[in-house]
Design a protein around this ligand. Structure first.
Ligand code: CTP
Length: 403
């Protein structure tokens, strides 16, 4: 839990520095102790006084100021920190940190701390996309720093593009996530399927669907954050798998079935977020099909229903969670799938609603349990929804284990 944790908030000199005030305020509201370190440039955007009032703690801006702590200040802060958050992180501070330059209070403290570091890059799109900046970001990530990826949108420099600091609420939620009970699912194996499947037509073409994998990847991350052993079975997706999960990448529904069945026997919770193609092409062409006729007929065979099979094989202490993506009769179809596939829970989402379903960052879902309880969530970020799903699945498992 984040309560009483010491968060060192590094504020650097970008226009988004004003948003750091709200970040500090929100962190304090959720019970964290916030210690702000500002770069000189940041003080041109927001005053030290603002942060002092908001956090109730002294604000550090220089190596040579009045001493608030008789231990060497940068070392004291570096040691005190349970987590360091740099928001906004300019290209300059990212470059310095990636190269071990320590020429002010913030960068010196960064070099001295062993605490986990989160950084939220915010800058002009060209600066962000510059290969030098990208390399620096990658270097920090490879060293274990956590990037809070910038949003796209209207930037202060008058253009639209990537580089906006995410909303303070989203940043604070990410930090809260870091402190969730990271042991609550220790010892449990969670199997997650994600993204759509590709069913080949010939060596260069396939039948697929619009699933990006965002929901399933978020579920895998939420289970990982709670200490579970996570296996992520994924169809093609552009997403980076969360660190620490075992990824099995494949393409077709039949391959997904084989992978899932092999992992199933010792799995405690299965969450099947994948959009599995219901049909596959009967005679996959060995060579690229050339266009010659006016009409091309593909014969499709029904794919195995993986989830249904899992439902049939389910042992008393296994929890099975399915998804139902519908464009009409949401509740009716979802209830039907819950029964037919012998599930413990189904996440029903109306993919016809704007902001819900495929390829969006948000989703609008109702979670239905076997005892017909319905939990209706508001439009939420997929990461938050993933947490609710994982927590509910864990509770279901506990109920089952209690008998
Ligand atoms: N599913 C599966 N194997 C399939 C099809 C679906 O495991 N061949 C799983 C999905 O991962 C999802 C759930 O079943 O968790 C429901 O998928 P959905 O496509 O909504 O439903 P279908 O069962 O395919 O039914 P329909 O296409 O008629 O809506």
């Amino acid at each position: 839990m984040i309560k009483d944790k010491n968060i060192v908030l590094g504020v650097t000199g970008g226009i988004a520095a004003y948003k750091a005030v709200e970040i500090a305020s929100r962190l304090r509201k959720v019970g964290a102790k916030v210690h702000v370190v500002m770069t000189k440039a940041a003080t041109s955007f927001v005053t030290e006084l603002t942060f002092r009032e908001i956090t109730g703690n002294p604000v550090t801006t220089t190596m040579w100021g009045e001493v608030a702590n008789w231990n060497v200040e940068h070392i004291a802060l570096a040691k005190l920190a349970d987590l360091v958050l740099i928001a906004p992180a300019t290209a300059n501070v990212i470059a310095k940190a990636a190269n071990g330059i320590a020429d002010d209070m913030l960068t010196t403290m960064l070099l001295a701390t062993k605490a986990p570091v989160y950084f939220a890059p915010a800058m002009n799109t060209n600066m962000l996309e510059n290969p030098v900046t990208q390399e620096n970001i990658r270097k920090l990530e490879s060293l274990g720093w956590h990037q809070i990826e910038p949003d796209s949108g209207y930037l202060a420099c008058g253009v639209s593009g990537a580089g906006r600091l995410p909303e303070p609420s989203a940043i604070v939620e990410r930090i809260e996530d870091h402190f969730i009970d990271s042991d609550s699912m220790k010892g449990l194996k969670v199997l997650v399927t994600a993204a759509g499947t590709y069913e080949p037509i010939d060596p260069v073409r396939y039948i697929g669907n619009r699933s990006s994998g965002k929901m399933g990847y978020a579920v895998a991350e939420a289970a990982r954050n709670r200490g579970a052993e996570v296996v992520l079975v994924s169809g093609p997706s552009a997403l980076k798998p969360p660190a620490g999960v075992r990824i099995i990448k494949l393409e077709s529904a039949c391959d997904m079935r084989d992978a899932v069945l092999a992992e199933y026997p010792d799995t405690d919770i299965v969450i099947k977020a994948a959009a599995v193609a219901d049909y596959r092409v009967r005679n996959v062409a060995e060579n690229k099909i050339k266009k010659k006729d006016e009409e091309l007929v593909l014969v499709l065979d029904k794919n195995p229903d993986i989830l249904k099979e899992l439902g049939q094989l389910k042992k008393p202490n296994q929890v099975l969670v399915g998804f139902a993506a519908e464009t009409r009769n949401l509740m009716e179809y979802a209830q039907e799938k819950l029964q037919k596939k012998n599930l413990d829970m189904i996440v029903a989402n109306d993919v016809s609603k704007p902001g819900a379903g495929f390829n969006t960052d948000t989703n609008l879902v109702k979670i239905i349990t076997r005892d017909s309880d319905v939990k209706e969530l508001p439009m939420m970020d997929k990461k938050r929804i993933a947490e609710v799903i994982v927590d509910m699945a864990k509770e279901k498992l506990q109920e089952k284990c209690r008998g």
